[in-house]
Write a protein that binds this ligand. Structure first.
Ligand code: 5AD
Ligand code: SF4
Length: 528
């Protein structure tokens, strides 16, 4: 196995990106070699996403291509990991015989053993090649999460950038896995299982080790990150350490914490990381569920200068009727009240979200309510999705997918146009301020093409032209994207991973342009 080349491709969300990073570290440690191109690999892994049909179709077509290579005689091993494996179950093996190994997102610690079995013997049994949580995904809600082996994957994380294979300026740390919410359109509670919270000490240790490895920005991950809650003394400890713990259920957020119980709330966790790992200059978190977002969290954000005042809190719709069908658990008025409390406590916060258009039963009036919400609240950006019926969800059985595809497409474009205006407005309000920017990449800006150039000329012009400007791109603590020139006498490439002070000079819907006025280190978040 030593040196066997592996190609790993990731589809979908940040949680999958993190899983892929952990899988890369795990496979490298047992002797595999990660490669950048599928052509160079003997083992091909797809870390898949089931949230929308589009993501699944892309993965299926990639699986099909690998099948063709195998049929042509190439000796390859194909593994499908992540949510599609979990959702399709062993049915996928029947429909796609080219798939050798399947591993759900809750079983990734078993991946090396599965690959090993499949590599050693083509006749390896299904049990040796497939690891899925199956109905255990939700059954684990009533089991002790002590039996939760996946924790070992998070705990055994590779902090060596050479193994993790990525720049270490920004890093992600999972605090909660799974989801207890059951929005009617969403597969996540089925594929990722019940909410499980990691012990705070493990999270703080991981943040510290990432900071030691050079991370200056850490993003805490969870499907409903603000539901984080760890009750000390409730889960059995393993070798003196606290173990992950199943979430308490949504009702817990309505009640005060009982006297005498020792609980680490999300606010307390943020405070601990902020205070105990000062080398992290930026601490942020995604995704927030707009209900149950305590004032205590906003107050900690206000009082801790290194916690980014950035919230990704999806509204999903502006219509109460649709929010009800979605089982989101809040009304538009409650969402607006939540946003008002955010800006009351954090006046310079930035807000982002997700919206779904074309949910079953969405009328023109419902859609207009969503547009109105995007017009009236200061969303820096919204990810906009067309509703995609997903097998296994409540919506697919309860609500016919009755909004025609053209209408979904039209509403998608329309809402994008409304969001563009809102983004322009939000960005324009930042012009004139000075903000810290973490430089992420260098890009070349090409000269504008001649007015009536044909497509071919355009291509040639761009290829032959010398860039007019080598600019850098980065982001503020509030995740505003900023483009700027390298200061005179500084190599743009050498600025990557640094935090510089930038005066914002102009804005568009997508980004802000600014001028670097100081290249020193960022310590506190002042203007952003
Ligand atoms: N169809 C369309 N969008 C969806 N999302 C989740 N499930 C679906 C679905 N079935 C969107 C939601 C969520 C984001 C991650 O994906 O907006 O916040
Ligand atoms: Fe899915 Fe809703 Fe859970 Fe988000 S909160 S992961 S949309 S079920």
């Amino acid at each position: 196995m030593i040196g066997t080349p592996v190609y790993l491709e990731t589809f979908g969300c940040q949680m999958n990106e993190l899983d892929s990073e952990l899988v890369r570290g795990q496979l490298t440690r047992v002797g595999y070699r990660m490669v950048e191109q599928p052509e160079d690999a003997q083992v091909i892994l797809f870390n898949t996403c089931s949230v929308r049909e589009h993501a699944e179709s892309k993965a299926y077509s990639r699986i099909g291509l690998i099948g063709m290579r195998k049929a042509a005689g190439e000796k390859l091993l194909l593994g499908v990991i992540g949510c599609m494996a979990e959702r399709d179950g062993v049915d996928m093996l029947r429909r796609f015989p080219q798939v050798d190994v399947m591993c759900g997102p809750g079983e990734l610690d078993r991946l090396p053993a599965l690959l090993d079995a499949a590599r050693r013997s083509e006749a390896a049994s299904q049990a040796e090649r497939v690891a899925l949580a199956g109905n255990r995904t939700r059954r684990s809600a009533v089991l002790s999460a002590v039996q939760d082996d996946l924790e070992t994957l998070d705990l055994s994380r590779a902090f060596d950038p050479a193994i993790a294979g990525r720049l270490r300026h920004t890093a992600q740390v999972r605090i909660t896995r799974g989801c207890n919410k059951f929005c009617t359109y969403c597969v996540v509670p089925n594929t990722r299982g019940a909410e499980v919270h990691r012990p705070p000490d493990s999270v703080v240790d991981e943040c510290r080790q990432l900071a030691d490895a050079g991370a200056i920005e850490v993003t805490l991950l969870g499907q409903t990150v603000n539901h984080y809650r760890y009750e000390h003394g409730a889960a059995i400890t393993v070798q003196g350490r606290e173990a992950p713990q199943v979430g308490p259920g949504l009702a817990a957020f309505r009640k005060a914490i009982p006297a005498g119980s020792r609980v680490t709330t999300f606010a307390r966790l943020l405070q601990r990381i902020h205070d105990e790992v000062p080398a992290i200059q930026r601490l942020r978190f995604v995704t927030s569920y707009p209900r149950d977002f305590g004032r205590d969290v906003l107050e900690v954000m206000r009082d801790c200068p290194r916690i980014c005042r950035y919230l990704h809190a999806p509204a999903q719709s502006g219509s109460d009727r649709i929010l009800g069908f979605m089982n989101r658990g809040y009304t538009r008025g409650q969402y607006e009240a939540f946003v008002a409390s955010v800006f009351e406590i954090l006046p310079d916060a930035t807000l982002a979200g997700d919206m779904i258009v074309g949910f079953p039963g969405e009328t023109d009036a419902d859609f207009e309510a969503t547009c109105d919400l995007v017009r009236s609240l200061p969303f820096k950006n919204n990810f906009i999705f067309k509703y995609s019926p997903r097998p296994g969800t409540t919506a697919i059985t309860r609500f016919p997918d009755d909004v025609p595809e053209e209408v979904k497409r039209w509403r998608n474009n329309q809402l994008l146009a409304v969001q563009t205006q809102t983004s322009e407005r939000v960005h324009a309000a930042w012009v004139g301020r000075t903000v810290p920017v973490l430089i992420e990449e260098v890009f070349a800006e090409m000269p504008a093409p001649p007015h009536q150039a044909s497509r071919v000329e355009l291509k040639w012009n761009n290829r032959l032209a010398t860039p007019t400007r080598r600019a850098m791109r980065g982001h503020t603590p509030g995740d505003l994207i900023v483009a700027l020139d390298a200061p005179p006498n500084m190599q743009a490439e050498s600025m990557i991973g640094r935090v510089v002070q930038v005066r914002l000079e102009s804005a568009s819907a997508l980004l802000l342009n600014g001028k670097c006025i100081q290249t020193g280190a960022e310590t506190v978040q002042t203007a952003d």
